[in-house]
Design a protein around this ligand. Sequence first.
Ligand code: SF4
Ligand code: SF4
Length: 431
Amino acid sequence: MRPTVGENRETSNVDVTLVLTHDCNLGCSYCYTGAKFSKRMTPETAAKAVELAFSGGARETQLSFFGGEPLLAYEQLVRSATEARARASASGVGLKMSVTTNGTLLDAARARELDALGVYVALSIDGTREAHESGRPLMGGGSSFEQVARGLDVLVQRAVPFETISVVTPQNAHLVGETVEFLFAAGVPRVGLNPCYEAAFTDEELAGWERGLERAADVMIDWYRKGRIVSVTVFDNKILAAIKGGLAEGDKCSLGQTSVAVAPSGNLFPCERLVAEDDSPEYLMGHLDDWKPSVEDNCARGPVNAECEPCGERWRCGSFCACSNRAETGRTDLAGGTQCWHERTTARIADRIAETLWEERNEPFIAWFYGRMAGAAPSPGAAEPTQEATMEDAKQPAKEEAHVAPRGRANAIPRAPRAPVTSRKRLVVVT
Ligand code: SF4
Ligand code: SF4
């Protein structure tokens, strides 16, 4: 069957991720993409993948470049981005593009080229040298910090919206506060903190993580008080969801329905996090030449946990994420205890940030969060000009929560309804 994405669905956008190569020059301890082997997407496959992104008649499409390390296939990335840009111009379809890179192969010329093509960059750096070196070595060993920091500097110097992604592991969770402080001081506008749910965290490590998140919140508040808009995605998403009155179905990722990841072989998966070595039929949806349009049978959505139904945080909980669930529990529809803890903890701390800055009538805060809700730009002088596009253009695991629309609750910071904290060990399966 000829493939399409989003056809016959009430959607205004589709999302196609090109996994350009399985290869990588780093050897991160937590990497979910599997063994790094030399298999790249051919130009023919890449052309079909771009065609897929424009296949369903959607008004907007998102094309994302992923790996391995996608800049190892830089020429193909540029070729595909150029094709997509031309196609969007000719058809009038809105196009957003992004690349998730480890930054080691990024230089000023490439950054300029990506910028000219309109490719938003998300750079993976795990924070301070200590936090980064705890899990992101070069392939074969040795620190990657200097190379990644050079890539980061290139992005900061060009003053174009971008974001960083820091993976939070048991080894570096206690350094989350320092990480956020370090990245904001370096000029990063938006910091993503992505929990490594594959890992088992001890209670002590969770306590260190929580202290780190509290410190990150203090850092964020301080920057707002100095007039600079900064973003920590795990907090921003909770605040936006609270202002909006909760996450709607449309805010969640569309996992294999209007979004799809294309492996170098042309095989199709519901999400880039499920491609791995492209050697398992478990989540395989078909091939670019043979499309299976639904993943409902093999990629169930949740959460189905008994505690979730009456939970006071469900309205803005990220436990709908099939890939995070699978990482922690092995099931796409079953939330795990660490994720539950993280959702409740970040919600509580995000509320503190919002309540503090709202009570102070902090102008950058109001411009950023409420101006966006009302469709207005952040107020000049309070906001950094790059920030508005940063939120809108982001392609990262929590992106669905950033795409929120106003619901007329722009005159008070709502308090989240609170439920008693459930121990992360008490989550059970509903059968
Ligand atoms: S940089 Fe990315 S693809 Fe490469 S090893 Fe690290 S997590 Fe995996
Ligand atoms: S916070 Fe925990 S119990 Fe509540 S909805 Fe999320 S995963 Fe379920």
